[in-house]
Design a protein around this ligand. Sequence first.
Ligand SMILES: CC(C)(COP(=O)(O)OP(=O)(O)OC[C@H]1O[C@@H](n2cnc3c(N)ncnc32)[C@H](O)[C@@H]1OP(=O)(O)O)[C@@H](O)C(=O)NCCC(=O)NCCS
Length: 186
Amino acid sequence: MKLKGEKITLKSPSIFDYKNLQKDIRSDDILKSVSIFKHPNADSEGFRRTIDFLADFLSGRRKYFVIAPINVKKAVGVINLSSIDWINKNAQIGYWIGKEHWGKGYATEAIKLVLKYGFENMGLHKIYATVFEENIGSKKVLEKNGFCFEGIKIKEELKYGDPKDLHSYYILQSKYLAERKQFKNV
Ligand SMILES: CC(C)(COP(=O)(O)OP(=O)(O)OC[C@H]1O[C@@H](n2cnc3c(N)ncnc32)[C@H](O)[C@@H]1OP(=O)(O)O)[C@@H](O)C(=O)NCCC(=O)NCCS
């Protein structure tokens, strides 16, 4: 499957994408900001999360795309919908871009494409994200795509052993559809 934007294409991942992305997956610039194991497979938590991830992926509770800029032609990041709840029609969005490619508008456009897919093709009612408090860039790309602040999950996640608050953001399908014209100009 491919979703085409102006600067980037989102496509289903292949083993070649993994090879291009593996340096970034292990970089602290990414790991300090995302809810992911620190060193894949290196400890029991990493192993548990790997199993959860695969189960989610195989069961269809997760849609996973790599982000390939049109002028670079290789994957530079990842975006996904996870914890897809088909009964309540909601899902969580997560994403990261390799540091070398930050600030080029890729995350903003990737989120825009996934919102379109989630709301218009999957029929989701709500898409939400959770962000560490200090992650200004991630908050900005969500707000640029119409997400609203929902609240704070206090000490929700251990990051490198430190319990951290998570800031929740959400967008409803009704708001997305009402403001669709505006998003086209993002
Ligand atoms: C957060 C992240 C996804 C942003 O990706 P990106 O492709 O660089 O974002 P964009 O280029 O679309 O930036 C959109 C806007 O956010 C701003 N922005 C991005 N990162 C920023 C930062 N760290 N601080 C302040 N502003 C930032 C950009 O300047 C831009 O603003 P503008 O439209 O006014 O010019 C990227 O920095 C990243 O992968 N970080 C590590 C992983 C992560 O945090 N994932 C999200 C977990 S919730």
